[in-house]
Ligand binder design. Structure first.
Ligand code: SF4
Ligand code: SF4
Length: 430
């Protein structure tokens, strides 16, 4: 047993309203810096020169393919969520234009009022920071109206999450998204009743890369699994933001010790069925992080209920940051590492994998169409042309007409939909 020196203790409010505050001890050997390690001029440069693009806009072929590869049960869950959430996504889109319903109390800082209301509604983590436009998707830059971000995290059901990867767990994620989408609209109404505007950036409505603002607001740090590790439930937090012109006070980023902890832990890296997570950090768009290899992840997500093994096996998700950090300070070990309880998972149709066991996939498993649907259609057509599969004469003309129809449909679909979920569904289902 190795007792470690505690460098500092982070105090956070209890998981839900009414629960006592918690204290998280951060061991001296885990200390790096609050928030995220960033090179701000690089973040500025990349956001100006290469604005971040929304994957639901740029990778439509991948999304359609993933949907068709997923199980009938997962497809049905997605359709159900799409039907339920479409009106809510639309309401979020229009929320920034709604006028306040009261006069504001001049000069009053309403931070605590918003926190209290958000916690009453069920959000566990609430934080405030400047809305950082460097992380807004290129096509949404003009949509965002207000300068303060309210970061909100809702806990996903614990028991269901431990069954990842499964349709049962995926349902919990979709349920959390649906719930918070509605709660976000209620909170926006409340802010309007205080005399201010509020714009809802719903969790199903991709507006920005969200984690950097949660980190800036002190609600956690970025884990090696690419997810926000929040104090109470790690990456089991589902996230959304509201923006507002209300008078609020910003929070500060916090050093929870996560950057170094992840380098010691590495459970998610070791257990990823697709070998998509990287052991070493790299600098990416001005941020130091463990970068996920998308092409190794998406095919696994498509076939196994959105996968999420990297969430399931994270000790901070399973035991909470207090228990994990206390255990580390007392023993120098990672709570649960090497146990079946933490590291085991089942892939439907393939079997159960305990610690040190990983599934194998043949090479073709990772082949997926990559990019916009229309670009993939062009590539396929080019291949047919060069291999002379398009004959001269009426039958070749029919192929050309079909190609044109398919491209037109893909372009119109991507340009016409305000709801990113619609781009995933086959045409006839929108
Ligand atoms: S979702 Fe699955 S495949 Fe993707 S990074 Fe996480 S564990 Fe790996
Ligand atoms: S499993 Fe370990 S390495 Fe991965 S995110 Fe969680 S704490 Fe970090």
């Amino acid at each position: 047993m190795v007792a470690k020196r505690i460098d500092h203790i982070v105090k956070r409010p209890g998981r839900i309203q009414g629960e006592p505050d918690v204290s998280i001890p951060v061991s001296g050997d885990l200390v790096t810096e609050p928030g995220i390690r960033a090179n701000e001029p690089d973040v500025d440069f990349y956001s100006r020169k290469y604005p971040i693009e929304d994957m639901s806009v740029t990778l439509t072929a991948d999304a359609e393919w993933s949907f068709l590869e997923s199980s009938a049960e997962d497809q049905e869950a997605f359709r159900r969520t799409y039907r339920l959430l479409s009106p809510i996504v639309k309401a979020g889109h229009e929320s920034g234009d709604i006028e306040p319903t009261n006069e504001p109390n001049p000069g009053q800082d309403v931070t605590q009022l918003i926190i209290d209301k958000a916690r009453e509604l069920g959000f566990s983590e609430v934080g405030f920071t400047r809305y950082d436009r460097r992380y807004t998707y290129k096509d949404k830059k003009r949509w965002v109206k207000y300068e303060h971000a309210i970061c909100l995290a809702l806990e996903q059901d614990y028991e269901r999450t431990q069954t990842i990867p499964s349709a049962y767990a995926e349902d919990a994620a979709l349920y959390a998204y649906g719930t918070m989408s509605q709660l976000g609209l209620i909170l926006a109404d409340y802010i309007r009743s205080l005399g201010y505007h509020a714009q809802v950036h719903g969790p199903m409505d991709t507006v920005e890369v969200i984690i950097p603002m949660f980190v800036a607001a002190g609600l956690g740090q970025l884990g090696a699994n690419g997810q926000l590790l929040s104090p109470h439930f790690g990456s089991r937090a589902r996230l959304m933001t509201l923006t507002t012109d209300a008078i609020v006070t910003y929070n500060e980023p916090v050093d929870y010790g996560i950057h170094e902890f992840c380098q010691v832990c590495q459970v998610c890296v070791n257990r990823c069925p697709g070998r998509a997570l990287q052991r070493e950090k790299v600098w990416w768009r001005g941020i130091e992080k463990n970068k996920l290899v998308y092409e190794r992840c998406r095919p696994v997500m498509a076939r196994f209920s959105s996968c999420g093994v990297c969430m399931k096996v994270c000790p901070i998700q399973k035991y909470g940051m207090v228990s994990v950090m206390e255990h580390y300070v007392q023993t120098g070990d990672i709570l649960g590492k090497g146990t079946y309880e933490l590291e085991g998972y089942e892939l439907e149709g393939k079997g159960y994998y305990g610690p040190d066991e990983l599934p194998h996939f043949d090479r073709g498993f990772f082949d997926l169409p990559h990019g916009k649907s229309e670009d993939v259609l062009f590539e396929e057509f080019k291949k047919k042309l060069t291999s002379r599969e398009i004959p001269e004469g009426p039958s070749g003309d029919a192929d050309l007409r079909l190609f044109r129809e398919q491209v037109e449909k893909a372009v119109l679909k991507n340009e016409g939909s305000a709801n990113p979920m619609a781009m995933v569904l086959p045409d006839e289902e929108e």
